[in-house]
Write a protein that binds this ligand. Structure first.
Ligand code: KG4
Ligand code: ZN
Length: 390
């Protein structure tokens, strides 16, 4: 079965054509076409993602990226049937922006139905104007091509990304995860634990009370004058400090470390960095590197301490980590050591480096797995900016 995946929840526009086979215990995937455009550089001067700008960029990039993915999948074919736009009339009428509506209409009028069986699109959580762009595009394509459209939870996508084991450049198999499966989602918008007692079902175990960990990385980067998204820059600065023998003698708090919940708090840590910077007269590059290290150490420790509690409380047999911050080497190392030393029976899974950030491979794969299990949420879809994984 071939799935066209579409992801537009934040500042990445991504389109993938993924072929899947097998069920949850034996699924295998092949990427037939994959196109992704990151708007990060565009949002960088504002220090965060600007929702209306993100929407406009998604609108401009969705059709070209879909063409790029179709081209790679060798699925470009000129439409002979002139009624595609008519079939999509109702879906097109739901697109408020005239220029985007015309672009989608033109696209479905020139591209014949490709060899796909399902369209999977992110329906939330994320920025609502951005989510709607992907949903409207997916529903217009679905109507024009007579292909069913399923809505996928972005966080389920991140969990699935951790379960995809890379076999070769373009192929993945689904990890043989045993249940209960604990997942930790760490990204720019989320920091939470969810427990799955069975495939594709989720129970919240704990989450952040204020900032997400990625948001804290981004805010601290901004305080240090580093570009958005800040995570990789903080990591690079911290690594330079660790390379020096003297390291960092700065110590930041680890909020909520000693309460007995699986909840997080990162805003106090960010404020501690702010106060530290205010108390310094001149801030050298070396100071910045030390602060980055002290911050990253604290963020890693909080995540490791809370994971220990969550693994104990749930008795999880496997543990998946997903989201943009799962790219962080320090956090990966901390979690790997914890599981190796204290939970050796638990299988730990991280996404392949190509799948840590937002992407459409994870959305297409989640779409495939839900469809195979007969548990898809079908169009008409509604964007839910802050929907909870259930
Ligand atoms: O999952 P993602 O691409 O988008 C959201 O759904 O939020 O995550 C983006 C977040 C940003 O906050 C970014 O700074 C962070 O992931 N990030 C990192 C690293 N790479 C990306 N944080 C720490 N270390 C990294 N290496
Ligand atoms: Zn994400």
């Amino acid at each position: 079965m071939k799935v066209l995946g579409i992801e537009t929840s934040c500042d990445e526009t991504a389109v993938t054509i993924l072929e899947g086979e097998g069920d949850f215990t034996s699924a295998r995937f092949r990427i037939l076409g994959n196109a992704l455009y990151s708007q990060a550089a565009l949002h960088a001067p504002y220090g965060g993602v600007y929702p209306t700008l993100a929407k406009r960029e998604h609108q401009g990039n969705l059709a070209p990226l879909t063409i790029q993915a179709l081209e790679e999948a060798k699925m470009i074919a000129k439409a002979a049937d002139t009624s595609a736009a008519e079939r999509a009339a109702d879906a097109l009428a739901k697109i408020p922006d005239a220029a985007f509506r015309d672009a989608v209409k033109d696209f479905v009028s020139i591209q014949a139905k490709p060899d796909i069986d399902l369209i999977a699109v992110t329906k939330g959580p994320g920025l609502e104007p951005a989510l709607w762009t992907g949903i409207n595009f997916a529903e217009a394509l679905g109507a024009a091509w007579n292909v069913p459209v399923a809505g996928i939870d972005h966080l389920e996508g991140h969990i699935v990304s951790a379960l995809l084991k890379k076999e070769s450049e373009k192929t993945f198999s689904l990890a043989d995860a045993s249940f209960p499966l604990l997942s930790l989602l760490i990204s720019g918008g989320h920091t939470e634990f969810v427990l799955s007692k069975a495939p594709l079902s989720y129970e919240p175990i704990g989450g952040t009370k204020d900032d997400a960990v990625g948001e804290a990385f981004d805010k601290v980067a901004r305080l240090l004058g580093l570009p958005y998204p800040g995570g990789p820059h903080i990591a690079a600065f911290a690594a330079r400090s660790r390379e020096r023998e003297s390291g960092s003698d700065i110590e930041f708090p680890r909020p909520l470390a000693h309460d007995d919940t699986c909840d997080f708090s990162f805003s106090g840590l960010k404020t501690a960095v702010l106060y530290k910077l205010r108390a310094m007269d001149k801030i050298s590059e070396e100071d910045k590197e030390q602060i980055a290290q002290a911050f990253e150490d604290a963020a890693r420790d909080i995540i490791v301490i809370k994971t220990k509690r969550a693994l104990k409380a749930t008795g999880a047999k496997s543990f998946a980590v997903g989201g943009g911050v799962s790219a962080n080497a320090e956090i990966r190392e901390g979690l790997t050591k914890l599981v190796k030393d204290e939970f050796p029976e638990t299988t730990l899974m991280f996404p392949d480096a190509s799948l840590t950030g937002d992407n459409a491979v994870m959305i297409a794969a989640a779409g495939y797995l839900r469809h195979a299990a007969g548990r898809s949420v079908m169009a008409p879809l509604t964007a839910h900016g802050s929907q909870k994984l259930a």
